[in-house]
Design a protein around this ligand. Structure first.
Ligand SMILES: Nc1ncnc2c1ncn2[C@@H]1O[C@H](COP(=O)(O)OP(=O)(O)OP(=O)(O)O)[C@@H](O)[C@H]1O
Ligand SMILES: [Mg+2]
Length: 470
């Protein structure tokens, strides 16, 4: 591998692919737009879709600060708390607050068992997805105001078109010859005289910066959204520093001979040879020394972390010590339970040595007021109108069963309300769906009463779980 490529060919639509998976995953948390902290990291009671859970949000804010500084690698954070207390929600809030430049990878621990690769390879990929490399590149640009575009058409209309483009700055004016490709891109960008444009000399890419102020008075064919810019000063040719961020995993995939960049869309990356990774690590550290690249340690969020087994945990222990490690945030709702792959029990189902390396943030159950506010926010998010009384009832349901169950009743009750052509959900609609859909407690109750009629009814199993045939 002589040189290492970090760019995906233009127009490959890679960014769209990423967007899609992101939208898909945040459904239940789409009302969360950040952690809702002020500049001093003090949590506002209700802000950016976040309600209560002040202590944990503040702690998350401190971690966020640590990530933004970008200096510290390889810390583990564990969010521990009962189901439905907002662990995943807080992680989503952190992802939002980080912005797009810092990589944030979300992984449900069980995912790594279902991929067609070894567990450690899947974890390695997840780690490398969470490390960004910010690459600085000098590019040569031509930047100027278009004075004239002249395109020569041959008499027959056949053959390649040629033309001339006159560009100026406040100090100079130059005429450039145009080839077929440049003429096409000028047409595509709808460049006309009076536009200020840049042309990337290496790729030939044309970017329209806006219209020159000197043309502000010709109001022919000018949209309301026209942006006016100054005519550039100085030389037409400029050097500009461009910065783009890619993840280590993307560099791995693009440079692995068997995969190629196409594997990035199919998600079908398979295992990547360790020599490839070694070469890339060496190259990246060279770039760092030459000042061409920076490492941006991101976040790897492993939800339901108790689903990892002992091999994965020991991999984590080791991987966290690497200087190229991201911040790993884990979440678990388990108490003291068996560590997968062993007969030992441990708090949260996580081995003690890993717990010892982690900062633990705990989440606590919500008060009635907080549940009500979360439900109100969800009503807005799901575009559901609900009377105050109905919200009271739903809130009581939430306190007695679970927050999630109550959230799920919102859209269901709205559908019932719409069936009777009402514009608002009323108490009766909530009652109706409450009787239609069982919550966990009532479902268990029902099972206890009618267990003889089910298959494998071994209700007496010691740990409460109903075993399948073994
Ligand atoms: N503080 C909060 N502010 C706003 N919404 C919240 C808050 N806490 C939880 N929610 C919402 O309540 C629902 C349940 O919370 P969440 O999924 O984060 O729980 P969890 O702690 O991850 O539970 P589990 O352990 O079962 O995974 C989600 O839809 C979440 O967005
Ligand atoms: Mg969760």
């Amino acid at each position: 591998m002589a040189s290492i490529s970090t760019t995906v060919p233009a127009g490959s639509g890679l960014s769209d692919v990423k967007e899609l998976t992101k939208i898909e995953r945040i459904g239940a948390h789409s009302h969360i737009r950040g952690l809702g902290l002020d500049d001093a990291l003090e949590p506002r009671t209700t802000s950016q879709g976040m309600v209560g859970q002040l202590q944990a949000r503040k702690a998350a804010g401190v971690i966020l600060e640590m990530i933004k500084e970008g200096k510290i690698a390889g810390r583990a954070i564990l969010m521990a708390g009962a189901p439905g207390t907002g662990k995943t929600a807080i992680a989503m809030g952190m992802a939002q607050a980080l912005g797009t430049d810092v990589p944030f990878t979300m992984l449900a621990a069980s995912e790594i068992f279902s991929l067609e690769m070894s567990k450690t390879e899947a974890l390695t990929q997840a780690f490398r997805r969470s490390i960004g490399v910010r690459i600085k590149e000098e590019t040569e640009l031509i930047e100027g105001e278009v004075v004239e575009i002249q395109i020569d058409r041959s008499a027959t209309g056949a053959g390649a078109k040629t033309g001339k483009l006159t560009l100026k700055t406040t100090e100079m004016e130059t005429i450039y010859d145009l080839g077929q490709k440049m003429i096409e891109s000028l047409n595509k960008e709808k460049v006309t005289a009076g536009d200020v444009i840049t042309i990337d000399k290496a790729s030939g890419k044309i970017t329209k910066l806006g219209r020159s102020f000197t043309r502000a008075r010709d109001y022919d064919a000018m949209g309301a959204d026209t942006r006016f810019v100054q005519c550039p000063e100085g030389e037409l040719q400029k050097r500009k520093e461009m910065v783009h961020t890619v993840t280590l995993h993307e560099i791995d995939v693009i440079n692995s001979r068997t995969q190629g960049f196409l594997a990035l869309f199919s998600g079908d990356t398979g295992e990547i040879k360790s020599e490839v990774r070694d070469q890339i690590n060496t190259k990246v550290s060279e770039w760092r020394e030459e000042g061409k690249a920076d490492i941006v340690p991101g976040v790897l969020f492993i939800d339901e972390v108790h689903m990892l087994d002992i091999e994965c945990f020991s991999f984590l222990n080791r991987a966290l010590e690497d200087s190229m490690s991201p911040i790993v945030i884990m979440a678990s709702n388990r108490g003291i339970t068996r560590i997968r792959g062993t007969n030992y029990t441990s708090p949260h189902g996580i081995p003690i040595d890993l717990l010892d390396r982690s900062l633990i943030i705990s989440t606590s159950p919500y008060t009635e007021g907080e549940v009500r506010r979360i439900l109100s926010i969800r009503c807005e998010e799901e575009d559901v109108e609900m009377t105050e009384e109905a919200k009271d009832v739903l809130c009581r349901v939430g306190m007695e069963t679970s927050l999630r169950y109550a959230i799920h009743l919102i859209t269901a009750s709205w559908l019932v309300a719409r069936k009777r052509k009402a514009s608002e959900v009323e108490v009766d609609d909530v009652r109706r769906v409450y009787s239609l859909f069982l919550d966990e407690k009532r479902s268990v109750q029902y099972l206890k009463e009618f267990q003889d009629q089910y298959m494998y009814n071994t209700f007496a199993a010691e740990d409460g779980a109903t075993p399948m045939v073994e």
